[in-house]
Design a protein around this ligand. Structure first.
Ligand code: 9D3
Length: 259
């Protein structure tokens, strides 16, 4: 997959992309990311990308010309039509299913907003407008990284273990079950009187019992923390049965869901 990111702060994108799983994918050529400085598409001596809003009011607006010129340059290089994603607080909420869908595109353009936003006329060149959530950021660079990270995980070869992407519990609509690693016991206080033990079933080697415990723990967590997810979750027969048991326990108030 090839991605062009247009921003006035290339450093905000380049640093994070050099590290981790995406960094490795870029080194291997599985992912090709080109960060483009919007100021390179200005034509004035001072490389101005913003201007005052028509009608007055606070703040500045991103000028349309540099953005049109950037998109023309990308189109000349990559070919038309482009899939252009604009990050903005007015966008539709970006979800895991958007990430999966967008990973099917061979090429994406991510336009990062700044100041009060874009001149509205750039939306004529935009395929979709996305927000990452209901909180106010200083610009679209972090959202562009979030979108790219989530999309790239679905590109074959980016994540080593394809199965972990496919079986991602979030993809099935549930929260993850709790994880533990060695040692099996750690002291909970300095005296060493209290120990925190890994649930015994996980040390048992009984794989059927482990699978059931994990299902129950994932469902219990989801019920406690994100019951909204259960509406859209894909559950098998055993999971539906476990969920019913957990819900009965909750309603009766007899049973606290333990991790
Ligand atoms: C909604 C607030 N706007 C009205 C005064 C001003 C404004 C605040 C922050 C306009 C742009 C921004 C910069 N934010 C983004 O570019 C952005 C964003 C975000 O702030 N939250 C969640 N997702 C996104 S995607 C792009």
């Amino acid at each position: 997959m090839t991605v062009d990111i247009v921003t006035i702060f290339p450093a905000m994108i380049e640093g994070p992309l050099a590290a981790g799983i995406l960094g490795r994918a870029i080194d291997r050529g599985t992912l090709d990311v080109k960060v483009r400085d919007l100021r390179d598409f200005t034509t004035d001596r001072h490389r101005v990308v913003d201007d005052v809003p028509y009608g007055g009011g606070p703040g500045m607006v991103l000028k349309p010309d540099p953005i049109f010129r950037a998109l023309d340059a990308i189109e000349a290089e990559r070919g038309a039509p482009l899939t252009v994603i604009l990050t903005s607080p007015q966008g539709a909420r970006f979800t895991q299913s958007d990430a999966r869908r967008l990973s099917g595109q061979p090429h994406l353009v991510l336009l990062c907003g700044r100041y009060e936003g874009f001149d509205d006329r750039v939306r004529a060149r935009v395929t979709e407008e996305l927000s990452i959530g209901d909180y106010v950021l200083t610009g679209g660079e972090l959202p562009a990284l979030v979108v790219l990270d989530a999309v790239a995980r679905f590109v074959p070869g980016v994540v080593g273990d394809e199965q972990s992407v496919a079986e991602d519990s979030f993809s099935r609509g549930l929260l993850d079950f709790p994880q533990f690693t060695r040692p099996a016991e750690i002291s909970a206080d300095r005296s060493g009187e209290q120990v925190m033990a890994v649930p015994e079933v996980l040390l048992s080697g009984n794989h059927a019992a482990i699978r059931r415990w994990r299902k129950r723990a994932a469902l219990g967590r989801t019920l406690e923390r994100r019951p909204d997810l259960l509406d859209g979750a894909q559950l098998d027969d055993e999971e539906r049965q476990i969920l019913l048991e957990l819900q009965e326990g909750r309603i009766a108030g007899l049973q606290k869901v333990k991790e």
